[in-house]
Design a protein around this ligand. Structure first.
Ligand SMILES: [Zn+2]
Ligand SMILES: [Zn+2]
Length: 109
């Protein structure tokens, strides 16, 4: 699977507590499949910190992405937790893409 935002950059598996997600080594964005998201809620926020590195960039955030699984255009959705954070959701498989830095902003302090 390639990064939805970076051309031709394959996502790398990243493991957190038995949960395997896919992260872009370049922009540090993270892809969650629908079932991974549900399991993510069981992981303590502190354990997600290694995934939350990266600062994000407004230009990447604003860039429309394509689902790495099925190629559908990702929808931009404001996060319920922080309305300033716009996440990318696939309308077909319900996967979620967080740009670099967005996970950190969504984790509780
Ligand atoms: Zn990327
Ligand atoms: Zn999809």
């Amino acid at each position: 699977m390639n990064c939805p935002k970076c051309p031709n950059v394959p996502l790398q598996p990243a493991r957190v507590r038995g949960l395997e997600v896919d992260q872009c080594p370049d922009c540090r964005g993270v892809w969650f499949d629908e079932q991974e998201l549900a399991r993510l809620l069981l992981v303590k926020p502190a354990e997600l910190k290694p995934l939350a590195r990266g600062h994000g960039s407004a230009s990447l955030d604003a860039k429309p992405g394509r689902c790495p699984r099925d190629g559908d255009a990702l929808m931009r959705v404001r996060s319920a937790r922080d309305r300033e954070v716009v996440v990318d959701v696939c309308p077909r498989c319900r996967g979620l893409w967080l740009d670099g830095g967005e996970l950190a902003r969504l984790l509780p302090e």
